[in-house]
Design a binder for this molecule. Structure first.
Ligand code: SF4
Ligand code: SF4
Length: 481
């Protein structure tokens, strides 16, 4: 993706007033652009309400989902030491890697589909980086005041007032970062046991490391780096342009309607002053969390948060001009053509998405929560017992991938003349993995005159016969000539 997407020409009026975007230093040959503080002004409006609603859903889900209990166990838990993921009564094992891979591919296609249709809505409305950044900006505003007050405070010499304001801001930031770290860790270490241990600082080394890691990076990313993460660190921001086309929704300034820009009285007729609709109030720039001026054309820093739309609509209302000088639009619409919402690429993404979702649902619904591995003893092909029987040894590995305990019965199939040398019934707790050796015995007279025969090892749950697995193996009878 190029750094600028030239969707609109910048008029000569723009040229003189073009603001520095955060990446301009790099374009001008400077290797490192010094970060300039962006004093974001918060704005109200339809899109900001939508963004806030999406943020609340995400935050509520993130902070509370780990507290949900299902069938006596934490509903969502990545149990890394036991290599299990518990999801509402289903235990996902490494054997289920394909299911997880499917799920990730489906999520990727949802992202492709949404991005092709509506641009960077993920970035603007639900990306955790900006959900947390907006919370940190809110705290900043409550502790240090409006953007102008914050600017003055930054320039002012240190005083008790500055210390109090800055100190309380950083303290609240840190508390949010700690809450975030604990909530995140709660998906990997049972949260109800973790919470009291956090307060008594009774954490294991890995828990302590990851808690510190998430506290530090939440504080750094949302408090200090903010838009720098999107501009310089996020790979999605770089490759998303390949998913865009001319019918993708973008936030754009209507140059034809807005230019030439200029201030005027509300009562003045812009036509008489030879002015467009933009009153050059700069509000769209002041509310932009990435510090760009959307009037310079679509820039890749834009996260499509629509704060500039809400700000400009307020200005248009005050001036009694029609809304939508900055709006969600498409390149086609800006060029005077009709936007095609149904287009081959979008339909293609949708078809693939639906097909994969169906395949995923079939795979999940036909999943058997039992894994069976039968490994032959590699040290000894076979052994003759004192009673003249042929003995083969195997290692059996069983994983009960259900949350409930089950009693299983092991048996042999297609194994005439061969029997198990033990009572083959045993119980496994939910999520338990067990491995043990077994011996199979065969009477030489009843076995075929072959070096080896194929057998099937069968395992079935006695309490739920739909849970069963069969594995192929070999029974070695004699040395091959
Ligand atoms: S908010 Fe609207 S009117 Fe004000 S400068 Fe931006 S585009 Fe122009
Ligand atoms: S230009 Fe507008 S939509 Fe883009 S990031 Fe800035 S405020 Fe948000």
């Amino acid at each position: 993706m190029t750094d600028k997407i030239p969707t609109q020409d910048i008029t000569p009026v723009d040229a003189g007033k073009k603001r520095k975007s955060p990446t301009m230093n790099a374009e001008q040959g400077e290797l490192y652009a010094r970060r300039k503080n962006i004093y974001v002004k918060r704005v109200q409006g339809l899109f900001q309400k939508l963004r806030a609603a999406a943020s609340w859903v995400l935050l509520t889900g993130f902070f509370l989902a780990s507290l949900i209990t299902y069938e006596g166990r934490q509903a969502l838990l990545f149990d890394l030491p036991n290599r299990q993921f518990h999801f509402f009564g289903t235990t996902i094992f490494p054997h289920d890697f394909m299911l997880l891979a499917w799920l990730l591919i489906i999520l990727a296609f949802i992202l492709f589909f949404v991005t092709n249709f509506a641009g960077r809505v993920w970035c603007g409305y639900s990306c955790p980086q900006f959900v947390w950044t907006w919370i940190f900006i809110f705290v900043e505003e409550k502790t240090e005041g409006s953007p102008n007050q914050r600017k003055k405070l930054d320039k002012a010499p240190w005083s008790a007032n500055k210390l109090l304001r800055k100190g309380s801001k950083h303290l609240i930031w840190l508390l949010i970062a700690v809450a975030t770290g604990v909530a995140f860790l709660g998906y990997f270490s049972p949260i109800r046991e973790l919470l009291p241990r956090v307060f008594t600082l009774d954490l294991g080394p890995w828990e302590g490391f990851w808690l510190g890691f998430f506290i530090f990076f939440t504080y750094l990313f949302a408090g200090w780096l903010r838009e720098q993460v999107c501009i310089y660190m996020c790979p999605y921001a770089r490759f998303q342009a390949v998913m865009f086309d001319k019918d993708t929704l973008i936030v754009s300034y209507d140059t034809a309607r807005g230019e030439p820009r200029g201030s005027r009285k509300k009562s003045a007729d812009p036509k008489e002053l030879n002015l467009g609709a933009c009153i050059d109030c700069d509000l769209c720039v002041q509310v932009c969390p990435v510090g760009i001026d959307i009037r310079n054309g679509l820039q890749y820093e834009c996260i499509t948060c629509a704060a500039c739309i809400d700000a400009c609509d307020q200005v248009m209302d005050k001036m009694d001009y029609p809304r939508g000088l900055i709006r969600y639009t498409t390149e086609e619409e800006l060029a005077g053509r009709t936007t095609k919402f149904l287009r081959p690429r979008l339909i293609g993404y949708f078809i693939v998405l639906v097909a994969m979702a169906i395949a995923f649902v079939i795979a999940v619904s036909s999943r058997v929560p039992l894994e069976l591995e039968v490994l032959r003893d590699r040290n000894q092909l076979f052994r003759m017992t004192n009673t003249g029987q042929v003995e083969n040894s195997y290692l059996i590995r069983i994983a009960n991938m259900d949350q409930k305990p089950h009693t299983y019965e092991l048996s042999l199939r297609k194994a005439e003349g061969i029997k198990l040398d033990a009572v083959p019934v045993f119980s496994l707790a939910g999520g338990e993995v067990r491995q043990f050796p077994i011996q199979l015995l065969g009477n030489l007279e009843q076995l075929p005159q072959l070096p080896a025969v194929d057998i099937e090892v069968h395992l079935v749950s006695k309490d739920d016969p739909s849970i069963q697995r069969t594995r192929d193996s070999r029974f070695i009878i004699r040395q091959a000539r």
